[in-house]
Design a protein around this ligand. Structure first.
Ligand SMILES: [Fe+2]
Ligand SMILES: [Fe+2]
Length: 347
């Protein structure tokens, strides 16, 4: 028989007191009736709930789902964050614990106080960054969402500013465990960040060859995505986006190079050298972000080596090739985008 996952009743107290404060008894009634509709058959009166008693984890999941249905996504996130700050549960203790190092170091203990399954491990990796790994901690994606917000609440509770929490691995998305990366610090005050700018597609970037322009438009989108992640100090999103860009660049460049070869383009060598430079920049950047995270140095490099490079390359080097094609009336066929790239571009 499969062992039931269980959690302690204490968890429900902070949530119920939150609902009562925010939506009154009527709100609580609404929530309870939604929970019943969803198959909840546990205690209905909070007085019946015992703090240390083990309840099925299903109650917890139903609570979260019903809450989201009744009060909406935004309120759900608030509730999850506030749950971390309430008295009577971990809130007070966490506040007293005080430092991120302490909280991260004890994440596993906190987990097993309230959840009777799975395992949580926290580890500081650098001064303002931590990784939290959960093994078998999440029976449902909604619980991952809840935990993501909950961690934010934990840190807000000890006045940590500019916190970002990213859910980078998830068992509901094919990974073998769940993982969160927490970073904090004040990127907004970093003066170098002003260098990173969004690229707007306009005629100055057009080459006059449809297929080249089509491929470049995607390229610009991907770069803007990287930029957004960097500005928000989302290290893992930035890294993911850069990896994807590298993948895309290989495809796009080789498509250009194929036609240069085919038509005997005289500037082939110099053009390819520029492409190779880009691969190198990208690789360096990925390594730097992996080692040091996002900082002003990276922001500056992204501006200079990715964004400025691309604009320059599109405006001069690729345009030269496009002019060569046009002057000789040569065509570049629409290239099929590989499946794995196309799928990501659609999102
Ligand atoms: Fe290009
Ligand atoms: Fe090119």
């Amino acid at each position: 028989m499969m062992q039931q996952k269980q959690c302690r009743g204490g968890i429900f107290f902070s949530r119920i007191s939150y609902v009562k404060e925010k939506y009154g008894m009527n709100g609580l009634q609404k929530l309870l009736s939604e929970m019943k509709k969803m198959g909840y058959n546990g205690p209905l009166d909070e007085k019946e709930i015992k703090i240390m008693k083990a309840y099925p984890m299903d109650y917890n999941i139903i609570f979260l789902k019903a809450y989201k249905n009744v009060f909406g996504e935004k309120s759900f996130k608030n509730m999850s964050r506030e749950a971390a700050k309430r008295k009577g549960i971990v809130g007070t203790f966490l506040k007293w614990a005080g430092s991120p190092e302490m909280i991260i170091g004890r994440a596993g203990d906190y987990w097993s106080k309230f959840y009777l399954f799975g395992k949580l491990e926290g580890e500081m990796v650098g001064e303002k960054k931590a990784v939290v790994k959960g093994y078998d901690v999440s029976p449902d994606p909604i619980f991952c969402e809840h935990l993501t917000e909950y961690y934010k609440g934990v840190f807000e509770n000890i006045n940590i500013k500019d916190l970002n929490v990213e859910h980078v691995k998830c068992i509901h998305e094919g990974d073998d465990h769940c993982e969160w990366v927490l970073t904090w610090g004040d990127m907004k005050n970093d003066r170098n960040l002003k260098y990173t700018k969004t690229i707007k597609w306009d005629v100055s970037l057009e080459s006059g060859v449809d297929e080249i322009d089509r491929q470049h438009m995607y390229f610009v989108d991907i770069l803007n995505e990287i930029n957004r992640s960097v500005l928000k100090n989302y290290r893992y999103s930035a890294l993911r986006a850069i990896k994807f860009m590298d993948h895309y660049a290989h495809w796009h460049f080789s498509s250009e190079e194929k036609y240069m070869k085919k038509y005997g383009y005289p500037d082939y060598e110099t053009h390819v050298k520029e492409h190779e430079k880009f691969y190198k920049y990208t690789k360096d950047m990925m390594r730097k972000i992996e080692d040091y995270g996002i900082n002003s140095d990276i922001a500056y490099s992204i501006q200079k080596y990715l964004i400025d490079w691309l604009i320059n390359h599109i405006k001069y080097t690729d345009r030269k090739f496009a002019e060569f094609l046009r002057s000789k009336n040569l065509r570049m066929e629409e290239e099929e985008i590989p499946r794995e790239i196309a799928e990501k571009l659609e999102n």
